[in-house]
Design a protein around this ligand. Sequence first.
Ligand code: FES
Length: 307
Amino acid sequence: MGSNPTPSARVRVVGELIGVHLEKPEKREENSLQSIRRRALATGVFSSSRAAIKERTLRTDRWWLQPAITFGVLIAFIIYATFRAFEKKYYFTEPLISPFYSPCLSTACLDGSAHFGTPIGTISLFGMVISPALFILIFPLGFRLTCYYYRKAYYRSFWMSPPACAVAEPHKKYTGETRAPLILQNGHRWFFYFGLIFNVILTYDAIIAFKNPEGEWGHMSVGTLILLLNAAMLWLYSASCHTCRHTIGGRLRNFSKHPLRYKMWTWVSALNERHPVYAWISLIVVALTDFYVRLVASGSITNYYFF
Ligand code: FES
């Protein structure tokens, strides 16, 4: 009959079982029963099944560059878009309208910019009329915020969860997208459907841009090309979306009975491979389109007409 192991022997055995090894005898105290228990309960890189490496990463390349660039570009876009959403002017000049304000649906819209009526009327908060942009930006913003690609990009650059492959995150816990608020990311498919409506409206805006400032059809300006480019990039961004791919080719038992959907699925899959590229280009083009409309509407430049 063997004797009961001492508490320190128990600590050592438990430590070995969950992969915690002491490097030097003097660090033995750190591996108290409490710290082992804490490690066994922790998740992510601190969990018991992960190697106990004290360095944050063993990578020697510039792994921080990509998340740093992502952070910089997204912050710049957020600051610019917020400024423009609250500026409430210079977003429309015949026949150009900024994508940040389209569709313009409130009575606070500039004259001629409410192409689809003013069903929202005027809503004020603390005596201030709410910008027409704020009523609609939730849809394109929600579409991008819940995008699978952007999620990866901003989880890495803003949350550092993790900042890069093989670089430990600073968080002690990892709960993924299983609880509020991140569980709301599952709403991406609904934002995708709303995004399609916006694409149709912004394509309509680009077609309207074939008018001249007097409202006559059959003209084309630099603004026309910019609005066309913006609409085209938004369609590419939506068509390459993972939800679009699933909507077209998902939930099928076999493709052989659905040759048309299979064909479309192969096209969308080809676009899907380049989704991150379309995500960045369309984001930058949206901002540049707004900036161009602002320059023209404020009188800083003239919208050059080819014919
Ligand atoms: S996954 Fe990016 S828009 Fe849907």
